[in-house]
Design a protein around this ligand. Structure first.
Ligand code: ATP
Ligand code: MG
Length: 504
């Protein structure tokens, strides 16, 4: 809803204007002189101001100057008696959009206000527009910040060339999304986009994953296998988590990249391929090179065109757009109709540092989405990890509900196999480690019926509860929750959970 401020010392006129606009679904506030107007504009967010010219304390023209200095995107319409049209013309020179002659006619007023808002939106859209990045079905690449606009225009340029690209950025910043955008906007888009997650594949299998093997090439190779290099022929090969690849494999990879040829394990035939390489990492490759953990020649081969993704905390203006996008996405997925985010919740979200970046934001919104009972997401459904920064800043937040308010509702009979295990354990409290640990509860999300998503949700809640119980201490948590420390750390990173947030 657009917010409008009506400024006039004539209270009758204010009332007429305000009621005509309210009837047409504008949110209207009033001010009786220029000074009050300026104060209100500084305190709140207005899309449009209707300004009388002759007023006590501060005239309309002076107020206009200050309003525009505060926020040039606010539209000003001048209200003027016929005799003062000259002032109004002067006002348009100073940035007012147009003027309305008194007496004000309701139809004309609403028409002018709507027209001004529409024109303003068009100008804004054009100024804000970035190259159109096409994404594969259902996904969208959101970003209005200056930082992301730069990324979009780099993607736009790099999608048209064949050179290798190295995407860098913290966990959850959207590296995979960029890789997919590069492919889907390139001339290779009708061929395959193939991903190798270099950190997930055991060392013994990685060479075969890349280059394939002949039947009987090694113990266990009972079938011939085509490697991903060959599978991606004509398309794009995305080497995700590139920093995790072993030195031995780096040598072989470099050779394949240089010669565009490779030999499957156990074969004596070289295969030539035409693939475009995109690599991503969240590790500091320069440091790794110094420590002899990453080959410098491979680095230079891949780093011809680097894309650096900014962390979310450095582009907080995107939080609002991303939240809106995720809410729309989850509205469809969960068949709910959440209309937005409350002001205090948004403030808390802007105060938070988002160590897990967009993935963390997406998870937080989905979690809030599932438990929220109001029409919009309120601070009550945000996790404590997100609210901590807002509390430290002394922001006023709605009361936080104890998480136990949404207890386990899983019925094992509604699920099968793996799901049932989790459901049963949750329902029986078997996974609770002791007092205080079960407070988060876990509600299975049957609207989604997606095992992976529910499992991840459970893991997240479990880890948060365990950390709370052991005061954010990693070693203790790992010990008592019976989870290897390494796995615990990896999972915390995956979900953007910061152990220190739970230290009292
Ligand atoms: N700008 C964006 N607009 C919409 N969704 C986004 C955006 N950036 C990231 N996402 C979403 O956030 C999640 C994390 O993104 P992605 O997997 O690409 O991050 P990543 O940098 O590869 O993380 P990691 O280093 O942990 O692998 C995904 O679900 C992705 O779709
Ligand atoms: Mg990734």
């Amino acid at each position: 809803m657009y917010r409008v401020l009506v400024v006039d010392d004539d209270s009758d006129l204010r009332l007429t204007v305000a009621s005509a606009l309210s009837e047409n679904h504008f949110q209207v506030d009033q001010a009786s002189d220029g000074e009050e107007a300026v104060n209100r504009v500084r305190a709140g967010k207005y899309d449009l101001v209707l300004l009388d010219v002759n007023m006590p304390r501060l005239s309309g023209l002076e107020a206009l100057k200050e309003i525009k200095a505060h926020d040039p995107s606010i539209i000003a319409l001048i209200l003027t008696a016929f005799a003062n049209v000259r002032d109004a013309v002067e006002a348009t020179k100073q940035g007012a959009y147009n003027y309305l002659e008194k007496p004000i006619k309701a139809d004309n007023l609403v028409y002018m206000v709507e027209k001004a808002l529409k024109a303003n939106k068009m100008v804004k859209d054009i100024a804000m527009s970035s190259p159109i990045i096409k994404m594969p079905g259902g996904t969208e690449f959101v970003g209005q910040s200056v930082e992301m606009k730069k990324v979009f225009s780099v993607i736009d340029k790099l999608s048209r060339v064949e050179t290798a690209v190295l995407i860098r950025g913290e966990s959850g910043t959207g590296k995979e999304l960029v890789a997919s955008a590069l492919h889907h906007n390139s001339p290779r888009k009708d061929n395959r986009f193939v991903t190798i997650n270099c950190s997930a594949i055991p060392e013994t299998l990685i060479e075969s994953e890349f280059f394939g093997h002949e039947k009987g090439a090694f113990t266990g190779a009972d079938q011939r296998k085509i490697g991903k290099f060959q599978y991606a022929d004509g398309g794009t090969l995305f080497l995700d988590e590139m920093g995790d690849i072993s030195m031995a494999m780096q040598v072989k990879l470099l050779r394949a990249l240089q010669e565009k040829k490779f030999t499957p394990i156990g074969s004596n035939r070289e295969i030539e391929v035409n693939v475009r390489i995109i690599a991503a990492t969240n590790r500091n490759l320069e440091e790794m090179i110094k420590k002899n953990e990453f080959r410098e020649d491979l680095f230079y081969r891949l780093n011809v065109l680097p894309i650096q993704l900014p962390p979310l905390r450095d582009r907080k203006s995107d939080i609002e757009h991303l939240s809106k996008y995720f809410i729309e996405k989850f509205n469809t997925q969960h068949r709910k109709n959440i209309t937005g985010i409350s002001a205090d919740a948004m403030e808390a979200m802007k105060a938070h540092q988002w160590p897990g970046n967009i993935r963390e934001l997406e998870n937080v919104i989905e979690h809030a989405f599932v438990i929220e009972t109001a029409d919009e997401i309120t601070s009550e459904s945000l996790p404590e990890t997100v609210l901590a920064a807002a509390r430290a800043k002394g922001l006023t937040l709605g009361k936080v509900l104890p998480a136990a308010a949404f207890g386990a509702e899983a019925s094992a009979s509604e699920l099968d196999d793996g799901d049932a295990d989790i459901a049963l354990s949750v329902a029986n409290g078997a996974l609770n480690l002791g007092e205080g640990l079960d407070e988060s509860g876990f509600k299975l999300d049957f609207t989604k019926l997606d095992f992976q998503a529910n499992k991840e949700e459970f893991e997240k809640r479990f880890l948060i509860s365990a950390l709370k119980a052991f005061n954010g201490r990693i070693n203790q948590t790992a010990l008592h929750a019976n989870i290897p420390k390494k796995t615990l750390l990896r999972k915390l990173e995956k979900y953007g959970i910061v152990a220190k947030d739970f230290t009292e």
